[in-house]
Design a protein around this ligand. Structure first.
Ligand code: NDP
Length: 298
């Protein structure tokens, strides 16, 4: 039986997009936020992500530019494009869709992006700002930033006394999520594939964030009664019940089981996913405000 509050990421994201649109209108006509998305190769999932980011940017009233480069693009050519975008005053945010093909060093590409246009929050300057608590000056990676807003909606801004467990230690989700929780005064554990007795670690969490990439790995009896669960995972699994060859999306958490114990939980789809794209738009508008020498809207 489901008893938990379902944290509706779609509705929250729609609210953020309205704020972004208003902030964009307030900058006109002198500044139009500009977002450049760059994709190398034809990975179908990446193409879907890039397409929806570019469409959302247009919907927000941004100047939206999409660069689609062939899979065999040389690193030097991609770096040259980034240099051009860095120098382009009409572009405030640059996003390079990952993963990149093997001939390109993704880290070198990310570090070439002007930190002031790094709306993904992956540049070392922004990573360092987040890590040292200078969050207002940083661009925070979109998925953890969106996850944090969802948590705040349930628990408020101050997580003092709360125990948080983040399962997953990637640079784009797990680690920045842990930094945000720490900055909000939670007591944070980061768990990963080498963690012993993960179920017991999770059972201690008032706040449980799953960013693993394993379908429904986190079971209901891993969830503390009354916990808030943020499921970042997006996994496509076979769904023969929907017909031959059909698939569906599930998270890293077994939703129904977890919802029977949690106080609140994000669904998949419709949870963290829409928030991620909304936060990208919010970061881009922030970049445009900073470039215009104005205080960014909050
Ligand atoms: P990564 O593969 O980079 O990281 C996965 C992490 O999970 C690693 O730290 C790994 O540990 C840990 N892990 C793997 N298996 C286990 C296990 N059996 N027990 C405990 N920990 C384990 O993934 P990402 O962080 O990029 O993404 C995580 C998930 O979030 C994916 O499903 C992805 O699709 C989704 N995602 C969703 C987004 C959204 O918008 N909602 C955006 C980005 C990602 P170790 O380090 O030891 O290998």
């Amino acid at each position: 039986m489901t008893t938990a509050t379902r944290i509706d990421g779609k509705a929250m994201a729609a609210g953020i997009i309205e704020t972004v649109k208003a902030a964009t209108a307030a900058l006109a006509p002198h500044t139009v936020p500009g977002l450049a998305v760059v994709i190398v190769g034809e990975d179908p999932a990446s193409q879907v992500y890039v397409g929806s980011k570019a469409r959302m940017a247009e919907d927000c009233g941004f100047h939206s530019v999409k660069h689609v480069l062939p899979a065999e693009t040389a690193e030097a050519d991609l770096l040259a494009l980034i240099a051009d975008l860095n120098a382009d005053a009409a572009i405030h945010g640059i996003l390079v869709q990952l993963p990149l093909p093997p001939q390109i060093d993704a880290n070198r590409v990310i570090q070439t992006i002007d930190a002031d246009k790094d709306v993904d929050g992956f540049h070392l300057l922004n990573v360092g700002r987040l890590g040292t608590g200078a969050i207002d000056a940083a661009f925070v990676p979109c998925t953890p930033a969106g996850s944090m807003l969802m948590l705040r909606k349930i628990l408020g801004d101050d997580l003092s006394g709360k125990t948080a467990v983040v399962v997953g230690r990637s640079n784009i989700v797990g680690k920045p999520m842990a930094q945000l929780l720490l900055a909000a005064n939670a007591t944070v554990t980061i768990a990963h594939s080498r963690t012993k007795d993960l179920a017991a670690v999770c059972r201690g969490a008032d706040i449980l964030v799953a960013a693993v990439g394993r379908p429904e790995m986190i079971r209901g009896d891993w969830v503390k009664e009354g916990a808030v669960v943020i499921d970042v995972g997006i996994n496509r699994v076979d769904a023969p019940e929907r017909g031959t060859g059909k698939t569906r999306l599930v998270g890293d958490v077994a939703y129904e089981e977890a919802a029977a114990r949690a106080a609140a939980i994000t669904p998949v789809p419709g949870g963290v996913g829409p928030m991620t794209i909304a936060m990208l738009m919010a970061n881009t508008v922030t970049a445009a405000y900073r470039a215009a020498g104005k205080a960014a809207p909050r």
